[in-house]
Design a protein around this ligand. Structure first.
Ligand SMILES: O=P(O)(O)OP(=O)(O)OP(=O)(O)OC[C@H]1O[C@@H](n2cnc3c(O)ncnc32)[C@H](O)[C@@H]1O
Ligand SMILES: [Mg+2]
Length: 198
């Protein structure tokens, strides 16, 4: 079985990719499976740039096929923030602090104006330079207080109309079936065999 490395340090993302890739004959690894420290400088200004930086950095270091995910939350009332800065919105990479800041920044904003979108861009690279890009997005709305314990990141504040729940109240299977990451991976898998066998 061939190995594909997911270039992420985020355990929540890693878990979701493992769940979603389970039906395929792919040996999925993440950075946690490698002992060498890999420093990734996510200084791009778009999801595509950052996902490309992650994929290139890890592929150069390990020399095997790599898939990277850059994702984030875009809130309409905040002109698309936190966007590419989602992981460090409140300063540190801390989900609770990020969620608290989001609620502060949206205080006084009425329900209809709390619309938001989760976005994922996947960039996969092989040592021969072959590249595959896929995107996914899901619409929702930011709640006024957290709900649910599943998922990670902003999930407790992201309300999904279709389920009448926050992302963090969904099962893993439900989240993966509608999420930005699930949609991006669906798009990715449509072209995977062609990319892999190129
Ligand atoms: O870069 P890697 O190592 O993959 O991990 P990361 O957590 O830094 O990931 P990003 O740079 O893509 O930052 C995206 C942030 O957006 C948030 N996010 C992304 N996907 C999410 C999801 O499915 N549910 C909730 N929040 C999410 C979460 O706060 C992430 O830290
Ligand atoms: Mg990151």
């Amino acid at each position: 079985m061939d190995t594909l490395v997911i270039a992420t340090k985020n355990q929540g993302k890693a878990r979701e990719y493992r769940e979603m890739l389970a039906p395929y004959k792919i040996d999925v690894k993440t950075l946690a499976d490698f002992s060498q420290p890999i420093e990734i400088n996510e200084n791009g200004t778009s999801f595509l740039e950052n996902a490309t930086i992650k994929a290139k950095t890890v592929m150069k270091k390990l020399g095997i096929p790599v898939m990277a995910d850059d994702s984030g939350l875009m809130v309409d009332a905040l002109n698309g923030a936190p966007g590419v800065h989602s992981a460090r919105y409140a300063g540190d990479h801390n989900d609770q602090a990020n969620n608290a800041k989001l609620l502060r920044d949206l205080s006084g904003v009425v329900t209809e104006q709390r619309t938001a979108h989760f976005h994922t861009t996947i960039v996969a690279l092989k040592p021969d330079g072959a590249k595959l890009v896929a995107n996914g997005q899901v619409d929702g709305r930011i709640l006024t207080s957290p709900r649910g314990k599943n998922g990670f990141g902003y999930d407790p504040l992201f309300y999904v109309e279709q389920f009448g729940s926050s992302m963090a109240e969904l099962t893993a299977e439900q989240k993966n079936s509608i999420s930005h990451r699930g949609q991006a991976l669906g798009e990715f898998m449509k072209h995977f065999a062609e990319w892999w066998n190129k």
